[in-house]
Design a protein around this ligand. Sequence first.
Ligand code: ADP
Ligand code: ZN
Ligand code: ZN
Length: 803
Amino acid sequence: MIAEVIVDVAAYPIDRPFDYKIPELFAGFVEPGMRVKVPFGPRKVVGYVIAVKEESDLDIAKLKPLEELIDFDPILSEELLKLSEWLATDTLAYRIEALQVMLPAAMRAKYEKFIQVEDLQAITDESFLELLHKRDRIPLKNANTPELLKQLKVYTKSGAVRVDTLVKQQTSVKKVRMIHIESVEILQQLTDLLSKQAVKQRELIEWMLEHAGQAIEAGKLMADANVSSPVLKTVIEKGAAIEKQTEVYREPEAAKLRDTAIPEQLTSYQTHAVDEVLHAYRKQEDTTFLLHGITGSGKTEVYLRTIEEVLETGKEAIVLVPEISLTPQMTSRFIERFGDQVAVMHSALSAGEKYDEWRRIHRKEVKVVVGARSAIFAPFENLGIIILDEEHESTYKQEDSPRYHARDVAIWRATYNLCPVILGSATPSLESYARASKGVYHLLELPKRAKEQALPTVSVVDMRAELKEGNRSMFSVQLAEAIRIRLEKREQTVLFLNKRGFSSFVLCRDCGTTIQCPNCDISLTYHRATENLKCHYCGHEDRVPQTCPECESEHIRFFGTGTQKAEEEIAKLFPEARVLRMDVDTTRQKGSHARLLQKFSEGQADILLGTQMIAKGLDFPNITLVGVLAADTTLHLADFRAAEKTFQLLTQVSGRAGRHDLEGEVFVQTYTPEHYAIELAKSQLYEPFYTMEMSSRKQFGYPPFYYIVNIQFSHEDLMKVVGYAEKATRFLSEGLSPDSVIIGPTASAISRVNNRYRYQCLIKYKKEPKLTETLQALIRFYRTEWIKDGLILAVDKSPVVIY
Ligand code: ADP
Ligand code: ZN
Ligand code: ZN
């Protein structure tokens, strides 16, 4: 037999399967989806078996044999193997990258394999018993004859033994001492035998009588029964209990923020949405639903209800959230509803913890996974629904190879499994809403808040006027007054400052003008190195002006302030206020995000000040004021999605106020109050925003009217990177049809990273039949020749952020 193997060497021309002989020893063991060790040139490398076949097109005598099995069970299902093929082609990545992205990183670390005995009674084979030699755990490599391997296979199938992986460099399997308490009869016999002086022992055994037959963790037992370790030890020695080391899964920290009551009755909109999705589910239709519901409209409840039926009918669910450590409330709602059927895949989990969660899914111990982007590859084999919450978020796109979008993978898996997908958002991406308008996705609307609370009143504050009045502080008079009132009433305030785009554009503080590119609808980017302004869509360059070209004011400067500065100002204005600051600096430690939120929810602070990480998911009853300190920071980013992102952020942040009984109020401070993204976010008017933004995208030729491909070049030598970028651009313009527009090459906004110069070029197209072919040819050039000269080339077929 022959195995087709993808080897772990990412370099052209190796990106294809290689044939290896399956030696006699492993005959009948090797299945697609397992990892193996194979000789490759002078080295031994890890490979993934993607197929097993009788014949090879090559001379069998010359094929090398597999050397070692890494897995005993396939770790990738047939579905995931197929998915990896599509993923590699679609994103122009190496197949090995597509395979690896599906597995937890711990699987790439050093590991050892063990045979773990689960049921000794069931093992009858003499040679196998000899191999075990009375141990319940032996290294897998000891099973080294075809006979033993055959037995091993029989016993793993029957559950008598299990093949276990121990990842080195970390204690991948956590153990606890469990005390298994004996039966009432045994305990009673023991009490009769105890001497009068053994008061403590008697007390413990009496306590155990109430817990007879249970298994309790040693620490908990000692605390609950109020006994010391020596007493417990003595009692165990007398035969009252048996002590066992038991493997436990590391429990990811689930912050208990509140208990959400299960709503008794769905709103009519929710009912309609749930019905439509379940209808598709029951008929096994792979419909993609776009659930457009304003903040607080009860989208999460729709997810929970549909999943309920999916689980009841024996299937599984994947729920993606943009950044799970930022949405502890969402996670706890799933755990509250579905208990230990839920696995959580945080980005904040350690590699070992992620691996534990992955194993729980692989062993079919859970039925729901809630996680960030990579959870879309959860190894379920019976998928009934896939949900992407906040589907517009850019974190769903992976920026490194394979550059996939979780939305595309979700739709692929849904088609394979014949199940529906729900894309949920208060502010859907323009791409998704356009698809829904055309009927590609099925649109579901939740236009009202679930509890009929009014949306908060939003006031836009013109910071230009504040400046004219002589107020140079970050806080307008109105916002400061509103905060003061909240402090008096003991209600809570959330202040939001978007730090992204720090100092990257130039803004006039008097008239709000930003310096724009004359050829594109994009702000120019300030380049620190050259002190120039540049457009990285068309390459236009300009000097930084001394005065505003519109109003000649000298108050023109790089825009951007930090949360730290805001904190200092608050301290000056409101010395009595208790402030929690939440940004990258205060949330570095694991779990600190959840801890800060917990503090705030317990009322230990009056003001929560933070970056975009606080925009998501916050749902506390006592928040009645939200302030956006500078709405312009996202608006003028050199990104054609700037207006969309601003609208999304403002809508989301405003949605944090007044979600419960108390009414909410929102202040949005801006230097450009007339901008439609700000104007329309005020009343959460999505459709008008969509219409405005679409016409601007059409006019300037951006998605969703055109597709964009970004090609990024980097090299240590500036002349070389320019040379290759130009060569590649010429190659593309010769290969592609004349209707496609090629822009560049131009220097990237961050023109040097780690001492490498960066250039880029963009392809804009509507229909380009030769796209894949031409890009593949370019990549082939790169992988065979240019790469040797130190060039790095990356192709991104649907860039989310271009910088
Ligand atoms: P979204 O995800 O759309 O922002 P949520 O699902 O978080 O909205 O719901 C907002 C609030 O309304 C939550 O506190 C939730 O418990 C509550 N809620 C949801 N559906 C209902 C309902 N049918 N009746 C009463 N309250 C509801
Ligand atoms: Zn001006
Ligand atoms: Zn331009």
